[in-house]
Write a protein that binds this ligand. Structure first.
Ligand code: TUI
Length: 314
């Protein structure tokens, strides 16, 4: 495939892996990169030293390009931003905020910067600030989300900027990829699909919760605090939403979720833990290798794009 994204990143397929907290570690990132996509190490809330180690471990597993995601609510974001430059990482994606203050440092170091945006306004701002591409992420996604769906956001962002756009949110197969390309995107980012990859170190309980989920099994917590987060429904989301409805304050809600994503991802506590996942969970019914995920997605996308002309064939 050749798109603005494969050319920009020097990769075989325009398929990027989401920078998911606790999930996007070096094994998953290397597997995605080795399969021809772009693997991403999610720095999430990790201290800079851990991120440095993850980068070095990833390098031992792949000689292909990979990136690091900087979660901008991370109190260590500044040091992580510097580690990326010092370690010679070539691609950065950002999430949960505006990366403007790191842009010059990264651009000067020759790092390709690809911010996740949830609105047209931020996409425009990022293009003006020197971003190489943007990821337009719809509210179908897991984790921290914006307010607009992928279907509505992607074409509007594509019309607003000249840099290549990557679509994210609600994509887990070739139909989703084909649709994203039709909306004007030049690549896709998938998160939930890669959580249920063979190379993903996520606890089996977490993977099985996604596999068993149906279309309506996610909920959005944190609307009242201004940090909406999509996760699969469980005892934790019910408790959280009950507390929100009864007017609990931010600190009380924070206390409830402290460490809860780690408890679900690493220890497999999918009852009291936080199971971040997207609305497309209902489509995911089997664990596959990253290579199979990427190759089947691309093959299916090509099939749909090249055969749908039949509709007008009479
Ligand atoms: O960042 C994500 N997904 C995440 S981050 C995360 S860690 C976390 N946990 C609990 C609460 C908050 C964070 C879990 N999942 N996706 C990328 C993304 N970025 N989605 C939406 C946005 C976004 C939203 C607003 C990006 C920029 C933005 O603009 C803010 C501004 O300053 O203009």
């Amino acid at each position: 495939m050749k798109t603005g994204i494969t050319k920009l990143l020097n990769i075989q397929y325009p398929v990027i892996q989401g920078g998911m907290a606790w999930v996007a570690e070096h094994n998953l990132a290397a597997a995605v990169s080795n399969a021809g996509g772009l693997g991403i190490i999610g720095a999430a809330s990790a201290p800079a030293d851990i991120v440095r180690e993850e980068i070095r471990k990833c390098r031992q597993l792949t000689d292909k390009p990979f990136g690091v995601n900087v979660m901008l609510l991370n109190p260590n974001a500044e040091e992580v931003a510097e580690v990326i430059v010092k370690e010679g990482v070539k691609v950065v994606t950002t999430g949960a905020g505006n990366p403007a203050k790191y842009m010059d440092m990264w651009k000067t170091a020759g790092v390709k910067v690809i911010p996740v945006v949830a609105s047209v306004a931020l996409a425009r701002l990022m293009e003006r600030g020197g971003a190489d591409a943007v990821i337009a992420e719809g509210m179908e996604s897991g984790g921290h989300i914006g307010q607009t769906t992928t279907m509505a956001l992607v074409p509007q962002v594509c019309d607003a900027v000249k840099i290549p756009v990557i679509a994210a949110g609600g994509i887990a197969d070739g139909r989703g990829m084909a649709a994203a390309l039709m909306l004007g995107a030049e690549g896709i980012q998938m998160g939930t699909r890669f959580v249920v990859a063979k190379e993903s170190i996520v606890h089996d309980n977490y993977k099985n919760k996604i596999i068993k989920a149906s279309d309506i099994d996610s909920a959005v917590t944190g609307m009242s605090t201004g940090h909406p987060v999509r996760c699969l429904r469980n005892k934790m989301t019910r408790q959280y939403l009950d507390m929100e409805r009864s007017g609990a304050d931010f600190m009380e809600l924070e206390k409830l979720t402290l460490g809860s994503l780690r408890n679900a991802v690493i220890d497999g506590d999918v009852t009291d833990g936080t199971v971040m996942a997207g609305q497309i969970s209902g489509l995911i019914d089997v664990e596959k290798s990253c290579k199979d995920i990427i190759e089947e997605t691309v093959r299916e996308a090509k099939h749909f794009i090249t055969t749908r002309g039949d509709i007008w064939a009479g």
